[in-house]
Design a protein around this ligand. Structure first.
Ligand code: NI
Length: 216
């Protein structure tokens, strides 16, 4: 009986260690500290190990840390840089397998880009309809993907406040694309068709941002 209890206790410890990593890893600290203000964006197929991994939640040690603020600031700068010019970005795309996305809120005045921590999509609402999609990590392709017109999401704000809200329209589609990244899913996995976007291919060539020496 005692042995059984010990096994249960060990399993509980292992389980909690697996679900909430304690503190930043050495790799995460390297990415956050060594990255330029415009970060290297992981691309397929070279960076598939990171892009295909399932991301973990932030724990109490990371929430509110200076490194998290730096990461959010650099991801914002990366997303809005002319070399990327995206509408959303997920932490795995800059080398961090954590549940963080930045999304442009087309449904709000001024279309702010906001960070969402430990985010999950609770439910997809409405009939899925097809639309064009691309991804900073999958150049130079675009594809047609069917997405729900509305989502209910739960997340923590940058200050740690928990929020549940329903989002409609284009931002709802961005949330579906970015949250897929946190589960190692790329839009090409869901696309009905994928095609090369020649204009984007040329643009990406002109702005190509090299993989830093310390990466890997
Ligand atoms: Ni993407």
């Amino acid at each position: 009986m005692k042995k059984t209890l010990e096994i249960f206790a060990l399993a509980a410890v292992l389980f909690s260690a697996c679900t909430s990593r304690s503190g930043w890893t050495a790799w995460e600290k390297t990415v956050i500290e060594q990255s330029d203000s415009v970060m290297y964006v992981a691309v397929m197929p070279a960076d598939s190990a990171i892009l295909r991994a399932v991301s973990q939640d932030f724990g109490p040690k990371e929430l509110g840390s200076e490194q998290l603020q730096t990461l959010i600031r650099k991801m914002y700068r990366t997303l809005t840089d002319p070399s990327q010019d995206g509408v959303g970005i997920a932490a795995p795309q800059v080398g961090i397998n954590r549940r963080l996305v930045l999304v442009m809120r087309y449904d709000k005045p001024e279309k702010p880009i906001e960070p969402y921590l430990n985010i999950r999509i609770d439910s997809l609402i409405g009939q899925k309809t097809p639309g064009p999609e691309g991804c900073l990590s999958v150049p130079p392709y675009r594809g047609i993907v069917r997405r729900a017109p509305s989502v209910q999401i739960s997340y923590l704000k940058a200050d740690g406040t928990p929020v549940t809200e329903q989002v409609e329209g284009y931002s709802a589609i961005i949330f579906q694309h970015e949250c897929d990244h946190l589960d190692g899913i790329l839009y090409t996995d869901r696309a009905d068709t994928v095609y090369v976007n020649e204009a984007w291919a040329a643009e990406r060539e002109a702005f190509s941002y090299p993989r830093p020496d310390w990466w890997n």
